[in-house]
Write a protein that binds this ligand. Structure first.
Ligand SMILES: Nc1ncnc2c1ncn2[C@@H]1O[C@H](COP(=O)(O)OP(=O)(O)OP(=O)(O)O)[C@@H](O)[C@H]1O
Ligand SMILES: [Mg+2]
Length: 464
């Protein structure tokens, strides 16, 4: 190779003895036909300074016995890359031929070593060329190792994602099978009872006639709830869900749901207690959505509590702006490993062939999404065999937190206005001027989807 045409090789010679530096330079010049561009340092500090200057040397020939540093001080302080490899290859010059010292220099990062006693032109030239090549190869090996690491990480991640997709597919298939069963049962009831009535064999004024009509109505409403749950979940998942806040009294809302569920409480001989903190002022939220959420908690409590049990609905203010609503049951409870599966779409803890209870596994997922889309959080604590407490925490005024944080005074004022519309009539009854349609447009809001499945937590799940 014609070295004369190549870029000069920049070599930094570090030695406190000027004669030794001259020897090293002479050896290199004599050892190859290369063109060299030398720089020299007589101390560790000088060497380190030159190694911070651009352009960097191609190689350093370093005497270990510098007066201003310990043996490996310079080596340790030389600039390194992210793999902790020296940026500049180093050939160490050792006065002694002590093998231990030379090997320690290699361990400290040097690429090669030469004993000063053997400072022959070919030996030093070869050592410099080797040092440059060795560092280049080590770097390329490191780069390959890093690539392999990244590929391994990506493969692991893909595997995990694949497992998640498979699990989601499994849950969806299970959900569809379950859903078709859940849809068929009330549909069969509607068709069966209406066919029966159509035969004319049941006199219209008989109690049976009324009973069958009741069955048709109940099954129809059940079907409607199933379909609504599916539609609501997909809407809230796509962030297109709208809330219509209006002032209402929480105690009234709870009483309303308890009345609707009265037959179910009676059928299972369940006692119901309510404990709504009286200081908890009127709320300004979407009452339909809160009712839906509370209905989900209560219908679960009924479903998973054996006859004779007690269900308690509790609510209290949390500070001036939030409130906590709890539904406690004395039911079957939930095992700790199952907690993480709650609030996830299509999850039923006793799903599959062993399934004993009705349901599609959407109630808690929808509850979580609805609460989180309003900036709130949901959670549960449970003792297997003794019961569970499901809770939610929400703003007392819809969107107030979001408005405060974004400094959206107008929106906050709209919320506050709505709150001012709430009036007591002096007999403990609550009246308000806002119509059932809720607030004017400013009070209506549509919230983006705030969470992903990955946000799921075992016990408490927050929206932000
Ligand atoms: N209070 C509770 N006690 C014990 N287990 C519960 C309770 N609430 C929920 N679970 C468990 O969590 C699962 C999911 O509840 P979720 O409300 O999402 O679905 P579901 O009640 O089965 O069906 P859906 O509400 O859609 O009709 C239930 O199937 C049950 O295994
Ligand atoms: Mg449910």
């Amino acid at each position: 190779m014609n070295h004369q045409t190549q870029e000069p090789m920049r070599v930094l010679i570090v030695d406190d003895n000027p004669l030794d530096r001259a020897d090293a330079k002479a050896a290199l010049i004599r050892g190859s036909g290369r063109v060299y561009q030398f720089s020299e340092a007589a101390s560790a500090e000088e060497a380190l300074h030159l190694c911070s200057q651009w352009p960097l040397p191609h190689c350093i020939v370093l005497d270990l016995g510098l007066p201003d540093s310990d043996d490996f001080d310079v080596l340790i302080r030389l600039p390194r890359d992210e793999d902790n490899l020296l940026r500049i290859p180093v050939v160490v010059l050792t006065a002694s031929v002590e093998i231990g010292l030379s090997q320690a220099a290699l361990r400290a990062g040097a690429q090669d070593y030469v004993g000063k006693a053997w400072l022959l032109p070919e030996t030093l030239t070869q050592a410099v060329e080797n040092a440059i090549e060795r560092l280049r190869m080590t770097r390329s090996l490191e780069a390959q190792r890093r690539l392999a690491d990244t590929a391994r990480q990506q493969a692991l991640q893909l595997e995990a994602e694949n497992r998640q997709i498979q699990e989601a597919t499994r849950l969806k298939s299970q959900f569809l099978a379950n859903m078709s069963h859940e849809l068929r049962t009330p549909l069969a009831a509607v068709i069966g009872f209406s066919d029966l009535l159509l035969t004319g064999q049941v006199p219209p004024d008989s109690p049976k006639h009324r009973l069958f009509l009741g069955h048709i109505g109940t099954s129809g409403r059940h079907l409607l709830r199933l379909v609504n749950d599916v539609l609501d979940l997909s809407k809230v998942e796509s962030g297109k869900f709208e809330f219509f806040p209006e002032p209402f009294d929480l105690a009234d809302l709870v009483k309303g749901i308890n009345d609707v569920l009265a037959t179910e409480f009676q059928l299972k001989q369940l006692r119901v207690a309510t404990d709504i903190e009286s200081t908890l002022g009127a709320l300004v939220l979407d009452p339909l959505r809160l009712r839906q959420v509370l209905y989900n908690y209560l219908s679960n409590a009924i479903k998973f509590t054996p006859a004779g049990g007690l269900i308690t609905v509790r609510a209290h203010a949390l500070g001036a702006r939030h409130f906590r609503l709890e539904v406690e049951d004395t039911g079957v409870g939930i095992a700790v490993p199952d907690m993480a599966r709650l609030f996830t779409a299509y999850q039923q803890l006793d799903a599959g062939s062993t399934k004993r209870h009705q349901g599609t596994g959407l109630g808690l997922a929808l509850t979580r999404r609805l609460v989180m889309a309003q900036g709130g959080s949901v959670g549960v604590r449970s003792t297997p065999g003794r019961g569970s407490v499901f809770h939610l925490v929400l703003n007392q005024i819809h969107g107030a937190d979001a408005a405060r944080e974004s400094g959206d005074e107008e929106r906050l004022a709209a919320s506050m206005d709505a709150r001012l519309l709430v009036m007591h009539d002096g007999h403990g009854n609550l009246t308000h001027r806002a119509g059932h349609g809720g607030l004017p447009a400013a009070g209506r809001s549509s919230f983006p989807n705030l969470d992903g499945e990955a946000n799921k937590q075992c016990a408490d799940q927050k929206g932000t």
